[in-house]
Design a protein around this ligand. Structure first.
Ligand SMILES: Nc1ncnc2c1ncn2[C@@H]1O[C@H](COP(=O)(O)OP(=O)(O)O)[C@@H](O)[C@H]1O
Ligand SMILES: [Mg+2]
Length: 238
């Protein structure tokens, strides 16, 4: 193992991602990204629409393979793993929150939160629902456990999605514009909840955002521009 950061949860080294369009045109979206994520830190990633933020998050989330470069999770190289091993690592280490909440619309709030535990090692029903109930309580929705998602407000739906993302106690939570479809006040509350929850479990949070207020709460702010990641203070154009 030649990781430069043996304690890193995630470590990207010289990651590139090129998409080839049906026309044959090549889009070099990531051009050599280095990023190390340590336990408990909050990292904000900012950048123009189309700059590749979601593409980068897909690399960090082991959802996509780089065109070249190294992606380590907990010190282990993931780019050469079988898909099944990478999926297992993803389920054990990583949680995801998206702008559109991606809840299952025919399942209750409680069933949505319990769903990731179906793939865990302790999948017995009683344990799953006890754990899911505890998380729903943490996000302030204990009394909405049996509600279907469409009967919940946007902020409540995103809180269900947060509970679901945390139910397996991930070491890293990846959030792609998690307040992007909420009004300002609701977004602010959801963000505060997210920060409190990750701080309580020493979960690292990588958050993609356009919102300068969110970036201000992060330990580090990185700008993605021209396919490269740099500290926001070094960026020439936001
Ligand atoms: N699977 C894909 N095939 C082709 N182009 C893609 C694919 N995924 C993303 N892109 C392109 O890569 C660029 C960056 O996309 P994205 O990472 O979604 O940006 P952001 O999240 O910063 O708005 C966009 O031009 C997008 O159209
Ligand atoms: Mg995006």
């Amino acid at each position: 193992m030649d990781s430069a950061h043996p304690t890193a949860l995630l470590e990207l080294q010289n990651v590139t991602r090129t998409f080839t369009l049906p026309s044959g045109e090549r889009l070099d979206i990531l051009r050599g990204v280095d990023l190390t994520v340590e336990p408990g830190e909050i990292v904000a990633i900012v950048g123009r629409s189309g700059s590749g933020k979601s593409t980068l998050l897909n690399q960090l989330g082991l959802l996509d393979l780089p065109t070249s470069g190294s992606v380590r999770c907990n010190g282990v190289e993931t780019t050469t793993m079988r898909d099944s091993a990478r999926s297992r690592l993803r389920g054990e280490f990583l949680g995801f929150i998206f702008q559109q909440f991606h809840l299952l619309d025919r399942r209750t709030a409680l069933e949505n939160v319990a769903e990731p535990l179906l793939y865990g090692s302790r999948a017995d029903t009683r344990h799953r629902f006890a754990r899911a109930s505890a998380l729903l309580e943490e996000v302030g929705l204990a009394d909405r456990a049996s509600s279907m998602p469409h009967l919940l407000s946007g902020g409540e739906q995103q809180r269900v999605a947060i509970a679901r993302a945390l139910v397996r106690s991930p070491r890293v939570l990846l959030a792609d514009e998690p307040t992007g479809s909420l009004d300002e006040t609701t977004g602010e509350r959801v963000l505060q909840l997210l920060i409190d929850l990750v701080a309580g479990q020493r979960t690292a949070l990588i958050i993609v955002t356009h919102d300068p207020d969110i970036a201000a709460r992060a330990d580090r702010v990185l700008t993605l521009s021209g396919g490269m990641l740099q500290a926001a203070s070094e960026s020439v154009a936001a």
